[in-house]
Design a protein around this ligand. Sequence first.
Ligand code: PMP
Length: 401
Amino acid sequence: MTRPRISARISAISESATLAVDARAKAMKAAGRPVIGFGAGEPDFPTPDYIVEAAVEASRNPRFHKYTPAGGLPELKQAIADKTLRDSGFQVDASQVLVTNGGKQAVYEAFATLLDPGDEVIVIAPYWTTYPEAIRLAGGVQVDVVTDETTGYLATVEQLEEKLTDRTKVLLFVSPSNPTGAVYTPAQVEEIGRWALDKGLWVVTDEIYEHLVYGDAVFSSIATAVPELRERVVVLNGVAKTYAMTGWRVGWLIGPSDVVKAATNLQSHATSNVANVSQAAALAAVTGDLSAVAQMREAFDRRRQTIVRMLNEIPGVLCPEPLGAFYAYPSVKALLGKELRGRRPQTSAELAELILEEAEVALVPGEAFGTPGYFRLSYALGDDDLAEGVSRVAKLLGEAR
Ligand code: PMP
């Protein structure tokens, strides 16, 4: 009997669509084409100097050449607990913190630790590409609540209620959201948290964009909005977006002690501790102030306003105002099926392909986020590139008939 070379579990995992778009754009650039990329969810700023300095110092100190405990440097775990109290009012002990290889590993470990095969997770679509893979790999079943531009991509308790079954174990809650930039009001966060509490659900909440909110929007942590959730809430976070530290790979998971203990056991066999020098850098980041992110937020806010205005000026494109993170998520449904440069793209994936070839602009189609008919544009790129890139898209899409 011939057995498949790749296991069914792993063959079911697809390539990260956002990284694929980014890689394709970089390859075209390397081949000399002037591609402008709106694909990557990565701040264009360098990591602040004082954080880099802390890492340089650590790398010269033999103590940081060794393993740390699998769950992280004790002083970093304490600093993350302190920072969590400072930023979201959620009081936790250092023993409730697990330091992970980026927010991504925290996502995988959270679902691996909470889900048995067949357990259902309610996920609000559009959703970030990594969640479905992490849920499926853990044997979980994703149940989507689909939102759209008419509500600014916000889900209501009534919509969540419709998807509740006796197999539902977890609600995944992400605000500010990747890919839509949607931010729930504190009252909405509390209402959703109370509902999850009443239904006896766990809440996994991804707070990685907590410091990137604009205008009148405020970040509210579901863990503090509904304190009674404390025994059934897992908070995911990291330094990548707040401190422009994507390449350092430091994130964390906060939860009840038994969950953190179990997730730490998993990590101790999979990857052990996060690179010690990176942990030293993260320690400098989370014990420092928030002035660097305040500066980045200003730049992002300016780009956000430009991109939303420019996108909404394109006939057939509809972009609600994103209130957080650094993404715009316009609908392009009105353009599908129209004639453009001799072709007739029927899906947002086909339209994104055409835009990449004809306008040399890379954006991620909504297919990657569970909602075809949309694009995600990251506005974490320089102001000039942003304006030039959207102008090229506008010029091209203006030809659609
Ligand atoms: N959560 C969300 C919502 C994200 O957008 C990202 C990065 N794209 C992450 C977690 C993970 O970030 P990292 O692994 O780089 O820390």
